[in-house]
Unconditional design. Structure first.
Length: 593
């Protein structure tokens, strides 16, 4: 039943009474004002301490006055007794202007504060940053509007840090960061799944994805048109429609964006803060689901994800049949802006909890009128962080990976919670724990857990200790994610193509695409021959098509096209609509390169 929104700010307990979740799920308050104010992002260190970015200058009045004042900060929250409550609060870093992104890496924090990206460390263990090193000075234009600046720092499984709405990626090596160009995508937020695939979003498109891993998109390695990298997400049913619990009048585009039947927001208009849930405390049926926030609609979407052989990710709203969402609220100040998998295996929601979410640059006369009518402009200076729990599951234990024995770091690569696996890998790589190489190699070759094998392989790559013999052994892995990673993680020379050739006949389309991308970095005749053999396995597979176009120069595309048309598999479908559409798509990519 759609409700009239509450417009006055409520204390956390009262506000939680207006938030609805499916049966069996519940919310716990983790932090709120006065400890934190205007939270937008967070991260944890290896011991489970939480760092919260507070954009305290954001829209403190209807005209956005004071937005450039240095009042932003990063708070440090700590659970001192392991009971799951963050009972200790301090300020790690302050005097920031519009901070928006944070990630723990190495032994410090990457902090996004346009126009700079900083690396901040606490060298004397007093809970405060005492070093602030500039990593990059063009992180975003300081004077551009808030929603079109870089954000969403996230560590890829390949040991690179990726950013939403920013054309670079970063890697921590030897205490310093290096960076290189990648395509600029996204708006607010970036999500990564277990194998390392990313989804990003724009305000009205809740999920967009790459067909091709990021390292092949670095200028000079990608030969094809940039547009071929996206379009990897398919949506089921009325996926772009949203189902708020309250009438929604404070819309930037006016009443036309709401349903005439009940006054609710019709479709996504502020999609952001997405994540794949990779924890172990909400049940197996939630693991791998895709969550995305919609602060204008005061809701959080939960999506089921299906991986297709074509390389597409198919998303569906789990609650569409009941015309619902995972989390909704009838409190007009509920403004979810980010989601995370926590060290305890639960899902975390960052709620900016404020009246105005639209930045002043796009504040239309209609929206301004609605804000003033509801006095939303007065609801500032608050913020909450929630933990989503499920009946029958307790929160996982507090980590202490920063103090762990190196052998336990290797063991943590097998942890069922993806947060632990990522953190253990990051610590091993950043500390250059090369003495662990034999254990990591053993895990790649004979480990029983495919995700552990995957992390061990990328950890070796991060240490620059991935030997070709180990990668060759991984080519025979039973899990296509590990096989694909072995193809990505080293540079394959023509002398090793015979090993790759042995797996082509039984390989899945995903592995075939990775073979094409891997050998396509070499421009030899042997490489072209292997690519043609790969195409012959799946001549009309979308991901295979995109991979060929990404690594092939124009001069060779026609010969590939002719060979595909002559392929018996293609000939069997030559007169079908599917074959004709495939040829049109190929020609469109090539001609419009």
């Amino acid at each position: 039943m759609v409700k009239v929104p509450n417009t006055i700010p409520l204390d956390p307990n009262d506000a939680m009474q207006l938030i609805d979740l499916p049966e069996g799920f519940s919310l716990e308050l983790v932090a709120s004002e006065p400890q934190i104010s205007e939270p937008v992002a967070l991260t944890w260190d290896g011991n489970g301490r939480m760092y919260v970015v507070e954009m305290r200058g954001y829209m403190q009045s209807i005209d956005g006055a004071g937005a450039k004042d240095p009042v932003g900060r990063i708070s440090l929250l700590e659970d001192t007794n392991g009971d799951g409550n963050f009972d200790k609060h301090g300020v790690f870093l302050d005097s920031l202007v519009e901070p928006r992104a944070v990630l723990y890496v190495g032994n410090g924090l990457l902090v996004g504060e346009p126009s700079d990206l900083w690396y901040c460390r606490d060298t004397d263990n007093d809970g405060k940053s005492d070093t602030k090193e500039k990593v990059y000075d063009k992180f975003s234009l300081r004077e551009s509007n808030v929603e079109h600046k870089a954000n969403g720092l996230i560590l890829g499984i390949d040991n690179w840090v990726y950013v939403s709405q920013h054309g670079r990626r970063y890697q921590f090596q030897g205490g310093k960061f290096r960076h290189e160009k990648v395509p600029r995508v996204g708006q607010w937020g970036l999500a990564r799944n277990d194998e390392g695939r990313f989804l990003f979003s724009t305000n009205s498109i809740p999920a967009m994805g790459f067909f091709i891993p990021p390292e092949y998109l670095v200028p000079g390695r990608n030969k094809g048109p940039e547009k071929l990298i996206t379009g990897a997400v398919l949506k089921v049913g009325k996926y772009n429609e949203v189902w708020p619990a309250m009438t929604t009048t404070d819309l930037q585009s006016g009443v036309g964006a709401s349903r005439s039947s009940n006054g609710t927001l019709r479709s996504f208009t502020s999609a952001c803060g997405q994540s794949f849930f990779r924890g172990d405390r909400l049940g197996e049926d939630v693991n791998g689901d895709y969550f995305v926030c919609e602060p204008v609609g005061r809701l959080v979407r939960r999506s089921k994800v299906r991986y297709l052989d074509s390389g597409h990710l198919e998303l569906s709203n789990l609650y569409e049949d009941s015309i619902g969402e995972f989390i909704t609220s009838s409190d007009g100040n509920f403004r979810p802006v980010n989601t995370y998998t926590g060290p305890d295996g639960c899902l975390y929601i960052v709620d900016m909890y404020r009246g105005v979410i639209q930045e002043k640059s796009f504040l239309t006369p209609y929206l301004k009128q609605e804000i003033l009518k509801s006095k939303y402009d007065k609801n500032i200076g608050r913020g909450r962080i929630y933990r989503v729990k499920r009946d029958g599951f307790s929160s996982g234990k507090k980590p202490n990976l920063l103090d762990a024995d190196p052998k336990r770091l290797v063991a943590s690569l097998k942890h069922p919670n993806g947060w632990w696996r990522d953190m253990a890998q990051s610590i091993i790589v950043s500390r250059r724990l090369v003495k662990l190489v034999p254990s990591l190699e053993n895990m790649v070759i004979s480990g029983s857990d495919p995700l552990a094998r995957l992390h061990a392989l990328w950890t070796l790559r991060g240490l620059s200790r991935l030997e070709n013999e180990v990668a060759l052994a991984a080519l025979g892995d039973a899990d296509e994610r590990v096989v694909s990673a072995s193809l990505r993680a080293i540079n394959w020379s023509p002398s090793e193509y015979s090993y790759i050739e042995t797996i082509i006949d039984e390989a899945s389309p995903i592995v075939i695409a990775h073979i094409i991308l891997a050998v396509g970095q070499n421009k030899s005749q042997e490489s072209r021959g292997l690519i043609l053999k790969c195409i012959s396995r799946f001549p009309m597979n979308e991901r295979v098509l995109r991979s060929v176009l990404a690594v092939t120069s124009r001069e060779h595309l026609k010969s590939y096209r002719d060979k595909i048309i002559a392929n018996p598999v293609f000939q069997g479908d030559a007169k079908t609509k599917k074959a004709n559409e495939w040829l049109k798509r190929w020609d469109k990519f090539v001609l419009n390169e």
